[in-house]
Design a protein around this ligand. Sequence first.
Ligand code: PLP
Length: 436
Amino acid sequence: MNYPSEAPESARLFERAGVVTPGGVNSPVRAFGAVGGTPRFMVSGKGAYLTDADGREYVDLVSSWGPLLHGHAHPAVIDAVTKAAAHGTSFGAPTVNEVALAEEIVARTAIDQVRLVSSGTEATMSAIRLARGYTGRSTVVKFAGCYHGHVDALLAAAGSGVATFATPETEGVTGAQTHDTVVIDYNDAEAVWELFEQRGDEIACVITEASPGNMGVVPPRDSFNQVLREATLKSGALLISDEVMTGFRVSRSGWWGLEAVDADLFTFGKVMGGGLPAAAFGGRADIMAKLSPGGPVYQAGTLSGNPIATAAGLANLQLATDEVYSRLDAVSTELQGMVSAALFGAGVPHRVQYAGNMFSVFFFDREDDVREVRNYDDSRTQSASKFAAFFQEMLARGVYLPPSGYETWFVSGALDDGAMSRISDALPYAAQAAAA
Ligand code: PLP
């Protein structure tokens, strides 16, 4: 299989989209900016495969950026969605499905209570508001390279030292909005202790990706999460573990199932929505009690706990048994080995990093550049051009990868022998393209 690089129908749709939508997409990474070429417009998905507007079929290693643990259009998820839709799309009133989904989430995790929202961004934004309301403090600590959605206060880049205020990372966010945000390097325990020594009594919360996947996969090392737990406990700040990506993906509960460091609040999304818009934040009962309507911290949503989204999420979670996670781990390990073997074979400097079944591949220009990627600065030494060459060749050979070297590859339980052999056939060509 070797599809032409032109994709006429996708190109036509992209042009049409560009007239009415900025950049032709509704989320920036979809525009293929990092890899070039025409973004593929998808028309259907089944199991491990996606089909685009030109009728080409791809093995999907994006899985809708994580939610599709069991592949596309799993019959149990589609059945749940269809049945829920037949009863009506939204009521703006409490429903049974949202109680059942909340019970399932609480049963799988370390939290007492959960509030449902519609996106991961809403979940982290609300968790931060709650942490500030609960502690009566203002400062939020985040880590460079960790992404928590497009919350104004979290679109912040590191200032010049640990004691400086963060600066906005995008136009449209004001200095006032990031004034109470401090950004430090990931995996830097010393910087955490130094910051808490200087400003511990101002800090409302530390928000961290439970195991980061938005600068490529960069797992916590040397008990970094435990350091965050100790520092926050000591100062009376809350720890927010953002499990929007890892939650219910890397284990029955998420990263917490692999490394049981207790946080005060957790955020979830992706898998718990089964491909529909559903997300959540939750934690200790005494903290959650501060939320409206019982408490003084306001939080709400017209479509929160939507009956179709919660039905999809519940079906997705009910399918996610321990056996499924074992299989996902095995598939992920096999894939990592296949990618590495092909890249070694072609002499392409690289490093594969994983966290549970999530993994990413860092390409480097020279063998001397290869390093353990511990933080955002390390991640930024990767070779964008080698990744782009590799990506395009995989696409041409029917494998759809995340279109950026800073993203995680997401496996699904639908990856069968046929899908794995398509990937295996494509890899030597893609490795050669990256070597050139
Ligand atoms: N937190 C993490 C760790 C994420 O990876 C993401 C999205 O990728 C978000 C929050 C934001 O979620 P959403 O895109 O649903 O707003």
